[in-house]
Design a binder for this molecule. Structure first.
Ligand code: DP6
Length: 329
């Protein structure tokens, strides 16, 4: 049995951007994906979360960015805390206080950094001393992509088959990491109409292309790892861009069909291609929303930033570098 600490524990986790996407669950409860995925953790966006178990309380409380949260997020966090309580064999409610550090209203807050920080803070506050793999497995239960935010740099989430075998691990230090930059472009700040959870479920259950996605992802992942190993940025960018588009093809081919893109998203995609045509090595990737991340190298950051600042305004263009793994503060 774990020793419960009455002291608050604070952890920091950074967001990650998937280059080979996770899009679909084989097991909705345990969050076991159909495919393995690969991400890059980013230095600019992170969540700090403090957890304190308190036996004198009657219920859990969740505070996000100094506001008491509404019913729905609290419910999701309480369910997650139940997993931690079961593991630690405790039953105290907890206060969870979370701060998202994303440049003003950038619309980049993410469940990945949120659940990675929560997993780390809650497990430690509950007296559990988890290894990084165990922590990754735990974070996965909150949000799939969170299992990758336990690690800095490139992280691969190996899909596994069950709760024990599905977790992320860091990729060997890569030369490509030194030079890579991610230019985050914000075109919309509001919450999305279809969550990634709903979107992937609809894709798995209705897109006739889903089985092909599962096969293609495996090849894309192998190819991307090879490009990283060989420090081949052009190949790395091309595969990342292709994989993102293959994921979005699943939304367009679902029933009912849907898309996360808006007009600006398409404009940006065309501009990236134009830049490339003019000799600037840059590639795009897009998650479950209209915002775009442009992958480039140090030497071409100025050109990319300049192009998109003109289109979107400077405040909507943020340059990120590879970020670190989980930290206790
Ligand atoms: C498009 O991890 O948010 O960003 O497991 O249902 O919480 P749940 O989904 P989530 O999905 C992330 C989807 C994605 C691709 C990725 O990060 O791999």
């Amino acid at each position: 049995m774990a020793t419960l600490s009455n002291n608050p524990v604070t952890a920091r986790a950074h967001t990650n951007i998937a280059l080979i996407k996770y899009w679909g669950k084989k097991d909705d409860t345990l969050i076991i994906p159909y495919t393995s995925s690969l991400s890059l953790t980013l230095d600019q966006f992170y969540t700090d979360t403090t957890v304190q178990f308190d036996a004198s309380r009657s219920t859990d409380q969740l505070i996000i960015d100094n506001q008491i949260s509404s019913e729905q997020p609290l419910h999701r966090v309480s369910n997650f805390l139940d997993i931690v309580r079961r593991k630690a064999q405790i039953n105290s409610p907890a206060i969870v206080n979370s701060h998202n550090h994303v440049p003003t209203a950038a619309g980049l807050a993410s469940s990945a950094s949120a659940f990675a920080a929560l997993a780390a803070a809650a497990s430690k506050a509950a007296g559990l001393n988890l290894t990084l793999s165990e922590l990754s497995r735990l974070a996965r239960r909150g949000s799939g992509s969170a299992c990758r935010s336990i690690f800095g740099g490139f992280a691969e989430w190996q899909r596994g088959e069950d709760d024990l075998t599905s977790y992320a691990m860091p990729l060997k230090a890569a030369a490509l990491l030194e030079d890579i930059r991610v230019v985050a472009l914000t075109v919309e700040r509001g919450p999305k109409a279809i969550s990634s959870r709903q979107g992937m479920h609809l894709s798995v259950t209705t897109s006739p292309y889903y089985p092909t996605w599962v096969k293609t992802c495996q090849t894309d992942l192998t190819q991307l790892k090879l490009a990283i190993e060989k420090n081949n940025f052009a190949k790395f960018g091309k595969i990342s861009e292709l994989n993102a588009m293959r994921m979005h093809a699943l939304t367009l081919s679902a029933d009912p069909d849907f898309t996360y893109f808006n007009g600006q998203t398409l404009t940006i995609m065309n501009l990236v291609k134009q830049l490339r045509h003019n000799g600037v090595a840059c590639y795009y990737t897009i998650d479950a929303g209209p915002n775009v991340k442009v992958l480039c190298q140090k030497a071409s950051v100025a050109k990319v930033v300049d192009t998109f600042s003109q289109l979107l305004g400077k405040q909507n263009v943020i340059v990120a570098k590879p970020g670190p793994g989980i930290q206790y503060l």
